[in-house]
Design a protein around this ligand. Structure first.
Ligand SMILES: NC(=O)c1ccc[n+]([C@@H]2O[C@H](COP(=O)([O-])OP(=O)(O)OC[C@H]3O[C@@H](n4cnc5c(N)ncnc54)[C@H](O)[C@@H]3O)[C@@H](O)[C@H]2O)c1
Length: 345
């Protein structure tokens, strides 16, 4: 199957490599930066373009993958759907709930497949945790905790990631959405009741003092902006009485033994926890009058490839098994409510 990639940045390249491994052919690479488009196109034997019209017009390519900065997610996704393409749209789905609704309406109106790039559902531990919870190892989940504690992980400091106008927000929009989606997915998307949260901008604004080892989409652009949060905490209360606590940090002075990124699900029959990029899921349950600990190894997998394979299957079967547009909108709604709570609105 042929697929066009829009956005030849870091994740666009990752998807192009995953497409090759999944046996798909990248037919177009579109990027406003002609050099980036040409380089990636050359690397995967595709045609390059600075605007998406040639891809829209190419009847032999049924699918598009949107991997541009967040500000342009909705516009490209809607244009692709209206051009008759099935779409894999990188996370966050869009910058606002209203934009997400526009994308979902376009998918429905044009009868197109739409999948959101919440790739953590496909990681070894993400899929194992979901299947263990579905098998009943937790019983009824009453609380979940999602924590991403990076010591110095601000991406592209001073560039689009840290500029609200192009990103829509900071750590919450970038990595927080992955954890919110995974938590809701494992919990079967309970209806959200109320949400509160607080954001902090501690490291980004004093850019030149920011010490780091590596930087996604780096190096920093010190003349650029950083007007988004670098950490956020939130509490989501669901209508069924369950709750979700979020602590998400691009950066923080976490002592080494607290710098973990993990998820925990507590139920009336048992509990499940895992490190976000770990190789096993830990379990606790009551058995024969004692609390018993257990561990299940998660079979290794290539989660970008598996996400893409899932999308290609959805294009063929017309049934999305990854994150749907409605779920992307639900995640965005939690994000929006946390931001609203943080400014006291
Ligand atoms: N799923 C994940 O884990 C994951 C990881 C990283 C990034 N992402 C998402 O992927 C998207 C891209 O992130 P990235 O890290 O590749 O960023 P990047 O800065 O490395 O690349 C973005 C690319 O988009 C191009 N671009 C900018 N504006 C454009 C426009 N209007 N039209 C066409 N091309 C345009 C840029 O020239 C650049 O090549 C973001 O939405 C980000 O949230 C997802």
């Amino acid at each position: 199957m042929k697929i066009g990639i829009i956005g030849a940045g870091e994740i666009g390249r990752k998807h192009a490599e995953a497409a090759r491994r999944a046996g798909a052919q990248v037919s177009w690479v579109v990027d406003v930066d002609p050099q980036r488009a040409a380089q990636l196109a050359q690397d995967c034997g595709a045609d390059a373009a600075e605007s998406p019209e040639p891809l829209w017009a190419d009847q032999s390519t049924p699918a598009a993958l949107v991997a541009v900065p967040n500000k342009w997610h909705a516009d490209y996704a809607i244009a692709a759907l209206c051009a008759g393409k099935d779409v894999l749209l990188e996370k966050p789905m869009a910058c606002t709930v209203a934009e997400c609704q526009g994308v979902n309406e376009a998918a429905i109106a044009n009868d197109r497949v739409l999948q959101i790039g919440f790739v953590h559902r496909f990681t070894p531990v993400g899929r194992l945790a979901k299947s263990l919870v579905d098998q009943g190892c937790c019983g009824q989940i009453y609380h979940a905790r999602a924590q991403l504690s990076l010591r110095r992980g601000i991406p592209g400091l001073g560039k689009w990631f840290t500029t609200k106008e192009t990103s829509g927000g900071g750590a919450l929009m970038d990595v927080g959405v992955h954890l919110i989606d995974l938590a809701l997915h494992v919990m079967d998307f309970p209806r959200v009741g109320d949400v509160c949260g607080q954001t902090h901008a501690t490291f980004g604004p004093r850019m030149k003092d920011y010490v780091y080892d590596t930087m996604w989409a780096g190096p920093p652009e010190y003349g650029g902006a950083c007007d988004v949060e670098d950490s956020v905490s939130g509490l989501v209360r669901f209508q069924n009485g369950a709750s979700l606590q979020l602590d998400i940090a691009w950066a923080g002075n976490f002592p080494q033994d607290c710098a973990s990124s993990s998820m925990l699900f507590l139920g009336d029959r048992g509990g499940v926890s895992f490190e976000l990029f770990g190789d096993h899921v830990s379990l606790a349950a009551e058995r024969d009058g004692a609390i018993v600990d257990d561990r299940v190894d998660a079979p290794a997998c290539d989660f970008y490839e598996d996400q893409l394979r899932g999308f290609l299957t959805a294009v063929e079967t017309r049934r999305v098994t990854g994150a749907t547009g409605q779920q992307g909108e639900d995640v965005q709604s939690v994000v929006e409510q946390i931001y609203r709570s943080a400014v006291g609105a």
